[in-house]
Design a protein around this ligand. Sequence first.
Ligand SMILES: *[C@@H]1O[C@H](CO)[C@@H](O)[C@H](O)[C@H]1NC(C)=O
Ligand SMILES: *[C@@H]1O[C@H](CO)[C@@H](O)[C@H](O)[C@H]1NC(C)=O
Ligand SMILES: *[C@@H]1O[C@H](CO)[C@@H](O)[C@H](O)[C@H]1NC(C)=O
Ligand SMILES: *[C@@H]1O[C@H](CO)[C@@H](O)[C@H](O)[C@H]1NC(C)=O
Ligand SMILES: *[C@@H]1O[C@H](CO)[C@@H](O)[C@H](O)[C@H]1NC(C)=O
Ligand SMILES: *[C@@H]1O[C@H](CO)[C@@H](O)[C@H](O)[C@H]1NC(C)=O
Ligand SMILES: *[C@@H]1O[C@H](CO)[C@@H](O)[C@H](O)[C@H]1NC(C)=O
Ligand SMILES: *[C@@H]1O[C@H](CO)[C@@H](O)[C@H](O)[C@H]1NC(C)=O
Ligand SMILES: *[C@@H]1O[C@H](CO)[C@@H](O)[C@H](O)[C@H]1NC(C)=O
Ligand SMILES: *[C@@H]1O[C@H](CO)[C@@H](O)[C@H](O)[C@H]1NC(C)=O
Ligand SMILES: *[C@@H]1O[C@H](CO)[C@@H](O)[C@H](O)[C@H]1NC(C)=O
Length: 683
Amino acid sequence: MSQALCSRFRKSEEIWGMSHPFTRSAMDVLGRLYIGLAFALTLVGGAQVTFQLTGRTLVLGGVSYFVPPSPVSQLQLIGDIKTQKLIQSIGRTFAGALIPFSALTTETAHLDENSLEKTLHTWETLDDVWSRYFLTGLFVSFNGTSRSPPSISLPNVAKSLGTQIVLTSKQYTSGTRVSEKLAPGPYFVDAISGNVFQALRLYNDENQAFLYGTISDGHDGFQELSAHIGGAATESIAVPSRLYFTPTAQKPLAGKRLAVKDIYDVQGLRTGCGNRAFYELYPPKNKTAPAVQRLLDGGMVLVGKTKTSQFANGEVATADWVDLHAPYNARGDGYQDGSSSSTGSGTSMGAYSWLDHAIGSDTGGSMRGPSGANGVFGNRPSHGAVPLDDVMPLSPELDTGGIFARDAKSWATAGHWWYQNFTSFTSFPKTILFPIDDFGQSFLSNPPRPGTANALFNDFINKMETFLGTNRTEINFSNMWNTTKPANVTAPSLQLLLNTTYADIITLDQIALVADPFIADYKVAHDGRTPFINPTPLARWGYGRTLPATQKNEALVNKSIFMDWFATQVVKSDNATCSESIFLYPQSSGRTNYRDQYRSPPGVPFGFSSGRIAVYAETPDMVVPIGELAYNSTVSGVTEFLPVSLSFIAAKGCDLMLFDFFAALQDAGIISPVQTGSRLFQT
Ligand SMILES: *[C@@H]1O[C@H](CO)[C@@H](O)[C@H](O)[C@H]1NC(C)=O
Ligand SMILES: *[C@@H]1O[C@H](CO)[C@@H](O)[C@H](O)[C@H]1NC(C)=O
Ligand SMILES: *[C@@H]1O[C@H](CO)[C@@H](O)[C@H](O)[C@H]1NC(C)=O
Ligand SMILES: *[C@@H]1O[C@H](CO)[C@@H](O)[C@H](O)[C@H]1NC(C)=O
Ligand SMILES: *[C@@H]1O[C@H](CO)[C@@H](O)[C@H](O)[C@H]1NC(C)=O
Ligand SMILES: *[C@@H]1O[C@H](CO)[C@@H](O)[C@H](O)[C@H]1NC(C)=O
Ligand SMILES: *[C@@H]1O[C@H](CO)[C@@H](O)[C@H](O)[C@H]1NC(C)=O
Ligand SMILES: *[C@@H]1O[C@H](CO)[C@@H](O)[C@H](O)[C@H]1NC(C)=O
Ligand SMILES: *[C@@H]1O[C@H](CO)[C@@H](O)[C@H](O)[C@H]1NC(C)=O
Ligand SMILES: *[C@@H]1O[C@H](CO)[C@@H](O)[C@H](O)[C@H]1NC(C)=O
Ligand SMILES: *[C@@H]1O[C@H](CO)[C@@H](O)[C@H](O)[C@H]1NC(C)=O
């Protein structure tokens, strides 16, 4: 704990009063585990025992909380013996001596019943961590400019709230604002040490999206959360109060709770990449990936690592997920495949309102698939949008880092911060490219039947046309290649040009960068044994091992041919709108994909489809939920609903234009934020 934190509260408190005798019904301490300050006990024989505090769990008002091992401040009542004794006596009545209290800041000298009640009511609607059970103690900081001591009616107010003890900051008397203060919100104070701890609420990861929860290690790193509140095969996740954070220009993402796909390194944590042997073999990382650090620097709070399909390869629930169990997609009956490979990040966003954002990666669809299946916003950015150092590679030439959201506006805020090197544009493209081969038909000559995904797409595109003041341009994408491809390229179809391109690049890259070093390291550590590898990566690496080393260069040449053609013939750059056009294709169509199906063994990802466009062309491909469709569930026996979403492609580097476009569409009521759980939209 830093000296700066310890000293915050010194000599700045004054006791105002106490009222009712304490009742302990609200608080029931479940258990205690200590970490934080690691130290060693030297035994008689000289052997050393390390002892590390790992925090405490408790239940207050029926809600589970976690008290982190490191305090954020310390209350010191120097010379005030009476107050110290009072706090200690309250503390003794709480098992564990932790007194819940609320900190608040006020400009008004006269904090009356009404204004206090108004603040508390706002807190209740804003925050899921604070509750009225935190009113046992009240710490009031004045940040007003009043020179004379304010008239205080606090004790009466406090009485009405059942508050036991009220402390106020004394610094207002100097006539200056209190600059060092405890951020508003719920806390616990240790009655014996005076240490002040943040209150973290514990949630159950019912959808099994997380590998583990995380908390700050009190320095620049993190540690795995030690708490567990029960539940079938679930992790617990601890989240801090939203009241502690206020977004600023320097920290626009302050307090946004973030989950990170377990292929990104984070200081203090192991990276598992969906493989148990890999998790065990390598020690905790000593560096946080710059892409994650950028989000933390913007104020986000890391709450956990989410499950990835193994080594970020495409796995189908459930049979392909041998080492880990596939996370549960919250939509519909709750037994649909959450897609992969950023599965845990996508499912967590569809399931948990207490989580704001999750990041993943997209090499061949690993952001876009989970976005579509889980009915959330999610993007594959332009290639190179964020550095992917200290992130497990599938293929550096194709890997990208994307972010999930449930709201286009917070998505845009996060995107602008994360993809800092791109440029914003103030106007939007006027051309909507509608590839009829992707939608299966021309909607102009053959309007879709109501109640189908195509009808939802058509309605949405109609609104988009009105918004942009344009009409869609129908194209036949495959035909376009045949008629506009470079003269010296013979392949008559994209299938022939690109059939093996993706499979060749990812398998050759991942064998060299991940598989071979991992297997060699494991053998050294395990007497020549090989580690377990899931069927999908095993099949893919097996294919890669049959290829000549020259195959990757040939594949990269074909990739470049496509990229250049797409940028010059299909979606061009534009000086005024970044991208001359927006290219649409269906991402999810409300179709079932039950997780209890037995399928054929995993193969190698050959072929070409629209999902590969952005992969080769290095463009953004952003997924937006636009509706949901009914189906009769074979699981629940009733009508359920699954997401329908569209993919939006623009020219390379036009990510911010698209983020702003979606925010504008949300302002115009054309797209809506999604909620968590079975249904996307309020019914
Ligand atoms: C005092 O604190 C309150 C609550 O945090 C805040 O709304 C207000 O703007 C602050 N006033 C000043 C003068 O800093
Ligand atoms: C951090 O870890 C890397 C990889 O294991 C290692 O090479 C490096 O020496 C470590 N750095 C520090 C400062 O421990
Ligand atoms: C973004 O720009 C900064 C500053 O020029 C540079 O250090 C960083 O590498 C760039 N990031 C990416 C992803 O290109
Ligand atoms: C697109 O063009 C191809 C090749 O000319 C043709 O086979 C296909 O039927 C066309 N698709 C549609 C939806 O018209
Ligand atoms: C869109 O098409 C309709 C019907 O053909 C036409 O009336 C309208 O002028 C077109 N709008 C634009 C912006 O081109
Ligand atoms: C490509 O165009 C040529 C010439 O117009 C035609 O013969 C051929 O069938 C087309 N191929 C495909 C795959 O559409
Ligand atoms: C095709 O021609 C372009 C120049 O027009 C050249 O850059 C490219 O290498 C050629 N591609 C092949 C496959 O020959
Ligand atoms: C794609 O390549 C695979 C493996 O070589 C082959 O089995 C398949 O037939 C090819 N598909 C097409 C459309 O060429
Ligand atoms: C590259 O494209 C050519 C056709 O132009 C095709 O024959 C070849 O198989 C492709 N190779 C790879 C690795 O994609
Ligand atoms: C776009 O800007 C570049 C450089 O500023 C200029 O050379 C080019 O002519 C512009 N293109 C259009 C279509 O205005
Ligand atoms: C569900 O089943 C009922 C009865 O068979 C049928 O009428 C209805 O159309 C089905 N709904 C959907 C969405 O398939």
